[in-house]
Design a protein around this ligand. Structure first.
Ligand code: HPA
Length: 269
């Protein structure tokens, strides 16, 4: 089956479950999936039941697709995403974004846990741009002309309009929202201190193991993106050691602000 045929098969399967015409996709990162529990009139489908869909294996990722209403908008939420470091091909990592587009979404909110370069644990950061250091590009291969051009422009991959709305909403709610560049790596190792010093010189404020592939595919097809990083730790070299437990713990601490912010922003997009 071609990629396009797979996208259509999956879209038709989801439509048969009542999942039609979402306005926004939500990709919920490590520990941030709880937001999907607040979706009203929810239809949820286990990843295992969806054709052509990946499997999520990380602690803190549930593995369900949830469709319904949030802040009065029709949303399709991924509770758990697919990472390249899990061994998923880029086509699988980015497949949900293709399906969101095929179902008619106009924008996606992409979230993640990230290490801070300058910013500390507990900071929420609107992503202004990214640096792709994964050594990969999900658009390599035949171009899907129905979705977008061979050589997509990435100048406004993180919609300035969305980001300005996010900042305005954060100000109104009294939530501090930082702003910065997300540098994407494959993981699964955390970075070395030397790598982080290099990334700092390159102009990154956050580093993480997701998001970049999904945003490239979103930009290709003209989906507008709001990216939000939950900074869970100082990146390597800025604190004594790194571990996944801390990432989960800090996400737990900031998830109320995170949920409040995303819900309020959704109402304004
Ligand atoms: N590096 C990469 N990914 C991460 C980090 C980090 O420090 N924290 C959470 N995700």
């Amino acid at each position: 089956m071609t990629l396009l045929e797979k996208i259509i098969e999956t879209k038709d399967f989801l439509a048969s479950k009542g999942i039609i015409q979402p306005e926004f996709g939500l990709i919920l990162g490590s520990g941030l999936g709880e937001l999907a529990n607040e979706i009203e009139n929810a239809i949820s489908v286990d990843y295992a039941d969806i054709p052509n869909w990946g499997r999520s294996t990380v602690v803190g990722h549930a593995g369900k697709l949830v469709y319904g209403e949030l802040s009065g908008r029709k949303v399709l939420a991924l509770q758990g995403r697919f990472h390249f470091y899990e061994g998923n091909p880029m086509e699988v990592v980015t497949f949900p974004v293709r399906v969101m587009k095929a179902l008619g979404a106009s924008g996606v909110i992409v979230t993640n846990a990230a290490g801070g370069i300058g910013y500390g644990p507990g900071t929420l950061m609107a992503i202004s741009d990214h640096i792709n250091l994964t050594g990969q590009n999900p658009l390599i291969g035949a171009n899907l002309d129905d979705f977008g051009p061979r050589f997509p422009d990435m100048s406004d991959a993180y919609s300035k309009a969305y980001r300005e709305k996010a900042h305005a909403v954060a100000d109104k709610l009294g939530i501090e929202l930082a702003d910065g560049v997300y540098l994407g790596v494959t993981g699964p190792t955390y970075e070395t201190p030397a790598e982080i010093r290099a990334f700092q010189t390159m102009g990154a404020q956050a580093v993480g193991m997701s998001t970049v592939p999904e945003v490239i595919v979103a930009a290709h097809s003209g989906l507008k993106v709001l990216g939000i990083s939950a900074i869970t730790n100082f990146a390597a070299g800025f604190q004594s050691e790194l571990n996944h437990e801390e990432v989960v713990e800090v996400t737990e601490r900031i998830k109320e602000d995170f949920k409040g912010l995303v819900k309020a922003v959704l109402a304004e997009l």
